[in-house]
Design a protein around this ligand. Sequence first.
Ligand code: FDA
Length: 299
Amino acid sequence: MSLFNQLVSRTIMHIPAPVVRFFAKGYIAGERLEDAVRVSRELNGRGIMTTIDVLGEFITTLDQAENFKRECLGILDTIDREKLDANLSLKPSQMGLLLDREQALANIREIVARAADLGNFVRIDMEDISCTDATLDFYRALREEFPGHVGVVLQAYLRRTPADVAALADAPMNFRLCKGIYNEPRTAAWKNQETINRSFVHILEKMLAAGAYVGIATHDEKLVFEAMRLVDEQGLKPEQYEFQMLLGVDEELRDIIVAAGHRLRVYVPYGESWLPYSRRRLKENPSIAEHALRQMLNM
Ligand code: FDA
């Protein structure tokens, strides 16, 4: 990691909001749902699907959860009205998981029920390990009630993930597989990048072999290659899986995936809570700041 990147990573929590906004603006659609609609429409026009996410997590009151639930219902209605090729991603903590588990499930249930009515789909994001068990329980309950309208995220860095896949294999499965973004203890998560990559491929192979629909969420060229190899080996049709990437990240790789005939979905976040999301992205990948700075200075 360059000195500049180390500096960004270490000081990110103290960098003033306007500076973070400057570096992160390409990774967020904007503050309002209409921004996410505009970005989704542009991407749809290029043959790319989206998943819309309203930013906000680890809330402190159930009123906030109620507001996020209403926002999510509004997103689903808007996708339907605007005829977008888009679905919804949400975070269980945003729905109140860490405040009142039953209420959080009720909130998510209402959203998935609306998605089912509209013929759409809800992806439940995966947060840190304080949320894993409950999130998987919610997924299990909701897929039984609304089959085909809900999926969950699994993280390749967690040692438990292969066992979670096996435990969920008693009904059709719909996963997003990603490396995992939270700072987990070594007892729970692989720490070495090479190990995490091997785990990703190992789990992806198991998921595809078990007939799961997988959103293969990575910008790592090695993993994209491995995923293409696996779908080819298993003779899967393009509608049996999809690649997924974050808005604003490695658009060249995005185009390569689409040009090769694979389906791709971009995660389109919007909302007023852009600061924690942006800080997380910058901490995870300080080279974002370096790229933006180079562009600004025309280097
Ligand atoms: P890696 O981090 O090795 O990145 C590969 C290359 O991609 C880097 O060298 C860099 O060039 C580029 N890159 C990666 N991330 C970038 C970024 N943010 N900005 C600019 N360049 C970047 N995690 C989680 O714990 N729960 C979840 O629910 C989700 N959901 C989710 C949805 C989608 C659609 C994606 C793509 C990712 C997630 N993640 C997530 C995040 C995921 O766990 C992981 O942290 C990031 O995708 C980065 O991992 P990569 O596989 O891209 O590899």
